[in-house]
Design a protein around this ligand. Sequence first.
Ligand SMILES: Cc1ncc(COP(=O)(O)O)c(C=O)c1O
Length: 355
Amino acid sequence: MLGDIKTEIERVSSLVSNSDMEEYVSGFEETFAEYCGTKYAIGTNSGTSALQLSLIASGIRPGDEVIMPANTYISTALAVSNIGAKPVFCDVTENDFNIDASLIEGLISKRTKAIVPVHMYGHPADMDKISEIAEKHNIKVIEDASHSHGAEYKRNRTGSLGNIGCFSLHASKNLGSMGNGGIITTSDDDVSYSLNGLIHPDSNKEIIKLVGRTPWRMDPITAAVLKAKIGMLDKWNEQKRAVASEYGRLLDNPNITKPSQSNSVKHVYRDYVIRSRDRDNLVSFLMKNGVGTSIHYKLPLHLTGTYRYLGYSKGDFPVTEMLAAEILSLPSFIGMTSREIETVSKHVNESVNLF
Ligand SMILES: Cc1ncc(COP(=O)(O)O)c(C=O)c1O
């Protein structure tokens, strides 16, 4: 299959050199909007830029507060603090690792302007509850869908569930370019208009003051690659789901907890994340047996040096902290064979007697 992709990328890349490059960006934007079920999609150079521009286009300014989970990649928070706004962290649930919607209202202040749910590891967050709270308090919902290309909540795709959806299209994602990339989805005419103005500031001094002099645009070669790949996204997601289902069948170790999926969602398993109270020993044992793993993420955001100035302490977000000590992403990739899944599962199961 990788051969097919390579041939397709080569075919499209050769076309790019002969064509109007910008059309590749608009072509991919239209395809992605249609895929997500939104009116617009606007390409950017990264997921972090997508978030940052979406916050600016939503009217968020220095001193405003934005609520987000404490368990996410640091870029979700950087997009907020980069524009002088304040990330306000919220604990997550043990079930799906996502923001705990029951805690959000307690964090809302006069300065709260948005909630950024992150659909962690490909499992959509509890969007009905989040949208209800946002509507009640007249604040925006900006989805961080960087892990959840093609995932569904009540049969609607992520990116179409809030006011705005932001995706990273980094090479490591379920839909990824050869390097960096990002995209924003929305059905709001005003937001789309503002985003286009922010991405193509021309010589508008006011806009340049807001966004700086960074070129935020998506690269046409990136767009061409992504347009070639998007037709395969559903098939790839099915493969990731099949890997997860096979792990679910084979993993049999009382010391680990397997990930669960709520009935109202279609999970796309960007990561297959288990929990173990002996996580660090398990990592070493698996490594000795030739199984590489990773941890997404080791340090909750409120305990990072970057966000020390916010004044949080250890113990503020007990579920996030517990997860940071227990979570482990097992190998899960397109083209992973049954044999490879069996080998990983066998070693995870064997570890039951070791610690
Ligand atoms: C949840 C989440 N949000 C935002 C980002 C930032 O995306 P990018 O690396 O494309 O800037 C990432 C990237 O890994 C991510 O995982």
